[in-house]
Write a protein that binds this ligand. Sequence first.
Ligand SMILES: [Zn+2]
Length: 121
Amino acid sequence: MSSPNASPNAMAVGEDETRRPRRRRKGVIAAFVVFSVVSTLIARRRGYNMGGNIVVRCRKGHLFTTIWIPLASFKAIRLGWTRFQRCPVGRHWSLVTPVKDSDLTDEERKFAAEHRDVRIP
Ligand SMILES: [Zn+2]
């Protein structure tokens, strides 16, 4: 008996059902996200530890650790599987390519761990 709850059925409008599917934009974004996730997973399957710190080798054979995030890179020019970036070991610019962890010897792994570049993707 307190306050009268809600208005007494104010005009029953929404009866003209317009059932149009909502914008497709969401689908496009979802497809893009799926694509980038899938390509990362494929790279991982091949034995590459993508999406974080990985060991790369420059053209001169220097090994170092860098952050490799697929589809996002600010400090390097992406050229597909390789990148053009600064090598902290030889202090020069070079094309670098990811190295499989299983292809590294313990010594190489240690060396790479001791040589990191800046922590910006
Ligand atoms: Zn180098």
